[in-house]
Design a protein around this ligand. Structure first.
Ligand SMILES: [Zn+2]
Ligand SMILES: [Zn+2]
Ligand SMILES: [Zn+2]
Length: 447
């Protein structure tokens, strides 16, 4: 820390750090950018990291994951919020009239894979977990009843009453198949909306478009469920008013129908039967109304929050696991350990190779995107990022990530090399002081 402070390049280093916005694990790049005049062959401008502190340029890691870098995840969260909100009330190129289009907030859950400890509240009072007077014992001799009123942070929440009864294979296979189940749901939804409107699918395309913004959330038991904004527009998307038949009730009926109609099948493999997965019985469909109980801000905030989370809230690991890892030695609870073990076990079967369960074992089998939008939902993450980049243009020009001169007359030759990431312990302390972010190895470090 002292040598950094005494370094004659300290101010430049500090400005690099401020530009990364307090990124916990900035990427170190080494390289140069040259601008050449195509006609005369003269060098117009040259940037090299040789003159930067330590000979590297530090750029933000831009992760989505709050567990890895809180400040970059915060940027991602804010971008997602703007994007989802633009699809509800307009902005970022979407007209404000979009707020009059039928729009629902839908939660699609996973089915049950066995009874788990839960916390329920009724009129502000915590209810017993699973009070069953004559529940009896399971084949493994465990009581299938739990009368405890669990605290909000109790580690047993989401864990099975009997781990030996719990369908771990079903749980990870559902996670692996859920993106396909979602895709089939969106297709079934289009078909049902057409039917409700008395149209063929082709006629529907000429009259209306259905747009989505969705996010995956892990429940404590380790399965994903989806929250989605589903909106009905005119044929060109949010800029066009929907046809007169397009009501929120018609859309809600189609959502309920499509959610119950779709299945996805996993073939039989040694030791496991064929499984046909459907969405869980708990389907929540609510209309988003600007002044109602469910406002645009609440929905956008909710989706944006989950966009920066992954499976770590279930207590799994925030890194890939491989077949040589000693599972028993991993610092995690038994429930996620068994889900991971099931991924490794099923992942080596040829029949399930496409699911890539070994690669996604740390995600408990889910390999989909955490937050996705259909093409015409609103704007894109890319254009929101471009907007911010244009705002901070000077640095981007020097380092060649934005053109300095007219593209047609100037040749830009850039070469970059990854040389590392993160900070030394002393630098980390300074960064924390400079940017007001928590110290990476402080008490709130998730490690
Ligand atoms: Zn970062
Ligand atoms: Zn319980
Ligand atoms: Zn049992």
């Amino acid at each position: 820390m002292v040598s950094r402070l005494r370094d004659p390049h300290y101010e430049r280093w500090a400005s690099q750090i401020r530009r990364t916005g307090g990124c916990r694990q900035p990427i170190h790049l080494r390289g140069k950018v040259e601008h050449w005049d195509r006609a005369t062959g003269t060098l117009l401008h040259r940037y090299s990291t040789n003159l930067e502190p330590d000979g590297v340029l530090r750029v933000a890691c831009k992760t989505r994951r709050a567990s890895r870098c809180p400040s970059c995840a915060e940027t991602y969260r804010a971008d997602t919020y703007q994007l989802v909100r633009a699809g509800l009330v307009g902005g970022k190129g979407v007209p404000a009239s979009v707020s009059a289009h039928p729009c629902l907030f839908v939660t699609l859950t996973a089915p049950s894979f066995g009874t788990v400890h839960t916390r329920r509240e009724k009129n502000g009072k915590v209810q017993p977990c699973h009070a069953r007077r004559d529940a009896g014992m399971c084949p493994h001799g465990r009581a299938m009843s739990c009368t405890a009123r669990h605290g909000a942070d109790e580690s047993c929440l989401g864990e099975p009453l009997c781990p030996d009864c719990y369908d771990y294979a079903g749980s990870v296979l559902f996670n692996a198949m859920s993106p396909e189940l979602w895709r089939r749901f969106t297709e079934a939804l289009r078909r049902r909306v057409a039917k409700n409107a008395g149209l063929t699918q082709r006629e529907l395309r000429d009259q209306a478009m259905i747009s989505f913004a969705k996010v995956a959330e892990y429940q404590r038991r380790g399965v994903v469920h989806f929250h989605a904004v589903i909106r009905l527009d005119g044929p060109d998307g949010p800029t066009m008013a929907p046809p007169a038949w397009a009501t929120a009730d018609l859309l809600a009926d189609a959502v309920r129908h499509a959610a119950s109609a779709v299945t996805v099948t996993v073939p039989e493999v040694p030791g496991e039967p064929t499984r046909a997965f459907q969405w869980g019985a708990q389907l929540d469909v609510r209309q988003i109304i600007m002044d109602g109980d469910l406002t645009d801000q609440a929905v956008a905030g909710y989706i944006a929050k989950y966009a920066t989370k992954a499976a770590e809230c279930v207590g799994t690991l925030d890194r890939r696991i491989n077949l040589l890892d000693d599972l028993a030695a991993l610092p995690i609870r038994d429930h996620p350990r068994r889900l991971i073990a099931e991924c490794l076990h099923l992942g080596v079967l040829d029949e399930l190779a496409d699911l890539r369960l070994v690669q996604w074992a740390h995600m408990l089998g889910f390999r989909g995107h955490f937050s996705t939008r259909s093409r015409h939902y609103s704007t894109t993450m890319g254009s929101i990022r471009d907007e911010r980049r244009d705002f901070a243009r000077a640095e981007e020009i020097t380092t060649g990530r934005l053109p300095l001169f007219d593209d047609d007359t100037v040749l830009v030759i850039a070469s970059w090399e990854y040389v590392g990431k993160g900070f030394s312990a002393g630098d980390a302390l300074l960064v924390s002081a400079l940017t007001g972010t928590p110290h990476p190895w402080g008490p709130d470090d998730p490690r």
